[in-house]
Design a protein around this ligand. Structure first.
Ligand SMILES: [Zn+2]
Length: 109
């Protein structure tokens, strides 16, 4: 799939990948396979998020995500409280994370 949507590697493109660690590693390895220089692939990994309601800690990729017209709601799979809301209006994004006690983010190059 990346072969169909990625820029050609001979154009020395810079790639940014962010998400859960397994996704980041898979996408980065796939881009290297397509000929991207590893130094031109920047990554940011989202670790687990801890729920303020029940204290459950789950990988962001394991959380329940609901998308609708106004934006996106991410709920705790254990107690179902809203962890994160993402809304878009008038060219701006609004991020409400009042349901998250701790969000781990690892920055790598
Ligand atoms: Zn919870």
């Amino acid at each position: 799939m990346l072969r169909e949507v990625a820029w050609l590697s001979d154009q020395h493109q810079l790639a940014f990948i962010c998400g859960p660690t397994p996704f980041v590693e898979t996408a980065a390895a796939s881009l290297v396979t397509l000929g991207y220089e590893p130094t031109r692939i920047k990554t940011e990994r989202f670790g687990p998020a801890t729920c303020t309601g029940c204290g459950a800690t789950d990988a962001i990729g394991a959380l329940a995500v609901y998308m609708h017209g106004m934006g996106t709601v991410i709920r705790c799979p254990s107690c179902e409280i809203v962890l994160i809301r993402v809304a878009q209006t008038k060219g701006r994004y609004f991020l409400d994370m009042q349901g998250v006690r701790v969000l781990q983010i690892s920055m790598e190059t």
